[in-house]
Design a protein around this ligand. Sequence first.
Ligand SMILES: [Zn+2]
Length: 559
Amino acid sequence: MRHLYAAVGLFLVGATSRGYADNAKENQLKEFIASHVAKVKPLDKEANLAWWDAYTTGDPKAYDRNSELTLQIRRIYSDPTEFAFLKELRQSGQVKDPLLARQLTVLYNSYLANQIEPELLKQIVELGSQIEKNFSTFRATIDGKKVTDNEIKAILKEETDSAKREQAWLASKQVGTAVADDLVRLVKLRNQAARKLGFDNYHTMSLATGEQDIKELDKVFADLYQRTNKPFAKVKAELDQILAKKYGVAPEALTPWHYHDPFFQETPMVYELDLDGCYQDKDVKNLAQEFYGGLGLPVDAILAHSDLYEKEGKNPHAFCIHIDREGDVRVLCNLRNNEYWMETILHELGHGVYDKYLNYETPWLLRTPAHTLTTEAIAMFFGRLSRNPAWMQQTLHLTEAQRVEIEKVGGKYAQRKQLIFARWDMVMYYFEKQLYANPDQDLTKLWWDLVEKYQLVRRPPNRNQPDWAAKIHFSTSPCYYHNYMLGEMLASQLHHTVVNQVLGLKSDQGVSYLGQQKAGQFLRENVFEAGNLYPWNEMIKRATGAPLTAKYFVDQFVK
Ligand SMILES: [Zn+2]
């Protein structure tokens, strides 16, 4: 069949003047793409392999090899002549073929993000690593004695004496005071770079290169704010009652240090919920393997290439990597048979099936997920199942009484966890937006105004320190945090679509996805195989019938 089309194509080109091959701009772009991919593809694969070696072995040589290769790739994308060529092609409006136009957009954005002048870039990178180093070497103190992050966390989880909690919370903020001035300088340098490229500030530029529009995000977050206001206030009031009683203070007297982590981004553990017991006699790897197999999305080849268990020198966290965009997908985990690692392997294999089941006919440049938020959404979609009562009952062969028990506690826990995170993420989004818009304003005031508005946590009296700067993401992953929340929303939107439209059910009560090949097929055909053929929100619209909305997140978690 392919042969026949080629012959017809040749005939048409000869016979008409409007043939596809006659478009000079498109031909130039095709040539550019061919030579660009020939350069980048092998480097990308080598860099990924070096990364894999570094993280599985801890070998410093592998780390060096990875940074050297990453630098080589970056050099390609920072070439100003090639960028000018792409810009000119874009402005010409002559690239009409949708597949070529999409590749042009993806190329243009990658080059744009790397067009910062070398001297300015050097300053940004150096100041950035300086701050990062301060974060990793800074040691907080309580009463002049050094304390580690884990010690601070333990006090905030367990201590019942308010004065001791206050000391620990204050200690967690000391790093903020140490890095804040540098961080504001870094923000201004980033802004300077963005303005030279024609953007208002670095925040708007980062969003634009990730195909996100500030008005679009403002709308989504304003909607999320409206929809979560009442339920969050209710959950927060219940929580405050419990905490106030525990710490022997009035609910109105609760302060930021009465919550269980320095930023109130997680659920205080005030409910008995021990799911680990359900997993300790099982094999989380086998459970995940059988589950994905049952969806018609087998992960055997991924697991065969993966590094799943703890060992000396290996990175203690977890990730998924697609080495070559040709199907060599690997997962790094440090599995133990408990709920945390059940969630983690389901999550990482969610990234894994997205990569594994991309369409390999798609041009290399578009053979990726549509956005980090979309692959995060798929990972969350599956990761959430480790606490899902129906999934647990069927997977772990629990009794009806056990399921009811998990539902009672787990449902409340999930609701609280999601609402608390949503409100916290809003603080991060709005703070970062305003930080880059005007870094000279009173940032301490801005921070606490937002915390009071979104998290309903009162500012401590007479406190005038840059507590916000203690959040490392402002330094190391700028303008990214909002994507976690967008991923959660998309996970819920996909869940809604699969439950209602694909499985034809009226509610998600009892839905476990076990053995649901139709669900696997839907995700494969509408999300994975779409790769990066469309901007992320266009893909979402095609898959679910509507652009990203907070509605289904609230439907799922606020009952
Ligand atoms: Zn992830």
